[in-house]
Design a protein around this ligand. Structure first.
Ligand code: IPE
Ligand code: IPE
Ligand code: MG
Length: 226
């Protein structure tokens, strides 16, 4: 068996619990979590087998959180996307956001569009941040677009119309819970699922590599026989 982890998707969970365990504010966990986004992205950019990394950063349900936490996350996102441009360029990483960006402030939308444009020429890893992303919302938006275009429905056409057209090979969730929380519902149809109790701020490239090695030994049958 030698599966290639072409598309890795990660539900980055556990920032708040990590911070609270140290008597700190949840926002401290998000701050630390953003550093882990950088280190895992850079690791994947140098990984010969990983073409695409999709990270769940803010769900369509996360607006339910206290206003102050949501505001902090928006500011953190703005800061991250502005200051990490060199990381993207040095790593030849192309930034491709997914999700319904129209709910964000004009200035955050501008920052997102600028990073996308500035890394458009990069030919290495494609890093997607899922921002105001929900799997159901993505499917509804795709269905509406196909309906508006009066196009006949096919599997290929639906896949291409989604924000993310590429199936996930390996899905990882940190933080100990065993659920998808509305992440990439269509694209994970045949993904291998890995769950770790490690909280996102403590997740390391070393643990990621161990998961990749386990993934490579799995027999993927896709409904057929071995
Ligand atoms: C994940 O960590 C980050 C986001 C959802 C933005 P959480 O904030 O969900 O942390 P926990 O799960 O409450 O510990
Ligand atoms: C999933 O984590 C969303 C992100 C990681 C962005 P949540 O913490 O929001 O998920 P639930 O509420 O535990 O399902
Ligand atoms: Mg959580």
């Amino acid at each position: 068996m030698n599966n290639h982890p072409n598309h890795i998707a990660i539900i980055m969970d556990g920032n708040g619990r990590w911070a609270e365990a140290q008597g700190k504010n949840r926002t401290y966990g998000h701050e630390k979590g953003s550093e882990v986004v950088r280190s895992i992205t850079t690791y994947c950019a140098h990984h010969p087998e990983v073409d695409r990394l999709t990270l769940y950063a803010f769900s369509t349900e996360n607006w339910k959180r206290p206003k102050l936490e949501v505001e902090f996350l928006m500011k953190l996102l703005q800061k991250y996307l502005t200051k990490e441009l060199p990381t993207y360029l040095e790593g030849n990483i192309r930034f491709q956001p997914i999700g319904d960006l129209s709910s964000f402030s004009a200035s955050l939308q501008k920052t997102i569009a600028e990073l996308k444009e500035a890394t458009h020429h990069c030919t290495g890893l494609i890093q997607s941040l899922a921002l105001n992303y929900g799997g159901r919302d993505e499917i509804i938006r795709a269905a509406a677009a196909l309906q508006a275009a009066q196009t006949p429905i096919s599997l290929e056409l639906i896949a291409q119309t989604l924000d993310c057209a590429t199936d996930v090979d390996l899905l990882i969730r940190t933080g100990g819970d065993h659920r998808l929380s509305n992440f990439l519902l269509w694209q994970t149809a045949y993904a291998e699922l890995f769950f770790t109790n490690t909280l996102w701020p403590e997740f390391t490239p070393d643990e990621l590599e161990k998961i990749i090695q386990k993934f490579k030994k799995v027999e993927r049958r896709f409904g057929g026989l071995h």
